[in-house]
Ligand binder design. Structure first.
Ligand SMILES: [Zn+2]
Length: 414
């Protein structure tokens, strides 16, 4: 989440306030201000204390997020932003940690900060005169920090406890994706339980606090589902091979034919650009690149053969049949290609893959109905639809193979 107002930055991390955070500001001020009416502080001090409470809660959540963020920074991972919103805070961290141990450290840092704040505030509280507004506020704030620490350790994504569970499963199975998948499932189950429990209690007890539990559950279910979807996509991009996405949408032409014949018979006759490979004597001689054809003077077209201009297969961008789709996707992006050649183990042309083929293969694997017209458009545009940014997912998989890792966020409920 990066919406809202930028209110500054800490350690180079931009801080944002989501508009929904103001609901919390008002709510906390109101709840505490009214609960302290019996304290007889006078002159509206209860409301000032309530407002101070809201701001201190803001500070507590911010410190919690900074805990996650600073540990991430220490691992060389950049932190895009910290956003405070209705349900707490989110530290948007650029990548996943490289090891389960490091992922555990990032996850546990937030609750560790909250727990430390609890102990620190309790200690400060000891030296303040009892019953003074400052003492009452700080004591309450101490306990809220303890609740923050404990609540966020509930072991389901998107909570910190879910990140800890993920790290544990990752460590145990050696698969980060399995870690995400299972802790997302637990997160969804816990979220639905919270919704059910919150609604039942709200109906029977009619207290707003229970409705809040249901709302938190809904937030949890949505976020856990998003984690689960990303895990599914990551696994699909790893398990699908180039050979499962490629098509035979290419032509093999006689390497001995002249450029003139080739132009007359194929290029001028075709409406869609296709890949052409030149072959002779049962061997592939290379890929015909139209730009190379245009480089040759027209007067030379009769005397120049396709063999002369063909780019040997060893020189062109290619993938192997057994390469995972994530590798294919990144190669298309990094080399800025519309399509890429798939080579067989013997070094012959097996097929070609473009972005439309990739989407079709992924959709089929995940049983997502995908209209043929859309695939055609992706093929023609040579670009993925904005809502399906496979390159980001493909890049995130590099975490498992083990260089550079996945975009993620640590979100917290307050
Ligand atoms: Zn946290």
């Amino acid at each position: 989440m990066k919406s809202g107002w930028r209110i500054g930055s800490l350690f180079g991390i931009p801080l944002f306030l989501d508009p929904s955070w103001f609901v919390i500001l008002l709510l906390v001020t109101f709840v505490y201000g009214s609960s302290w009416q019996g304290e007889n502080w006078g002159d509206g001090a209860e409301w000032i204390a309530g407002f101070a409470m809201a701001l201190l809660l803001f500070g507590s959540v911010l410190l919690h997020e900074l805990g996650h963020s600073l540990v991430a920074l220490s691992q060389g991972i950049s932190v895009n932003s910290i956003t405070l919103f209705l349900f707490g805070g989110i530290a948007s961290i650029d990548k996943e940690s490289k090891t389960p141990e490091q992922a555990f450290q990032v996850a546990i840092a937030g609750p560790a900060v909250s727990l430390s704040l609890f102990l620190l505030l309790l200690a400060v509280n000891q030296v303040l005169p009892t019953g003074e507004p400052a003492q009452v506020v700080l004591e309450r704030l101490a306990w809220i920090n303890l609740v923050l620490a404990i609540f966020n350790m509930i072991p389901g994504l998107p909570l910190d406890g879910g990140q800890v569970l993920k790290a544990a499963i990752w460590k145990a199975t050696g698969s980060r994706i399995q870690g995400v998948r299972w802790s997302a499932r637990v997160g969804q189950a816990l979220g639905w339980s919270a919704i059910a429990l919150g609604l039942v209690l709200y109906i029977t007890e009619f207290s707003f606090a229970f409705l809040w539990i249901a709302l938190l559950g809904w937030f949890g279910v949505r976020n856990a589902a998003a984690y689960g979807r990303i895990a599914d996509l990551q696994e699909t991009l790893l398990s699908l091979k180039a050979s499962e996405a490629m098509t035979r949408e290419f032509r093999v032409v006689d390497a001995k034919s002249s450029l003139r014949d080739f132009a007359d018979n194929y290029v001028l006759a075709e409406t869609h650009p296709e890949s052409y490979f030149a072959a002779s004597d049962g061997r592939y001689r290379g890929l015909i690149i139209m730009e190379d054809l245009r480089q040759v003077e027209r007067s030379q077209w009769d005397s120049t053969t396709l063999h002369d201009i063909a780019q040997p297969l060893s020189n062109i961008d290619s993938v192997e049949e057994s390469d995972p789709l994530s590798v294919v996707i990144l190669k298309l992006e990094d080399e800025n290609l519309r399509r890429i050649t798939v080579l067989s183990p013997a070094g012959a042309v097996s097929g070609v893959v473009d972005r439309g083929d990739i989407i079709r293969a992924v959709a089929k694997k995940l049983n997502i109905p995908f209209a043929g017209g859309l695939i055609r458009r992706i093929k023609e545009d040579g670009a993925y639809p904005p809502e399906l940014q496979l390159p980001a997912i493909a890049r995130s998989i590099q975490a498992d193979t083990p260089s550079s890792p996945s975009p993620q966020s640590v979100s917290d409920a307050a």
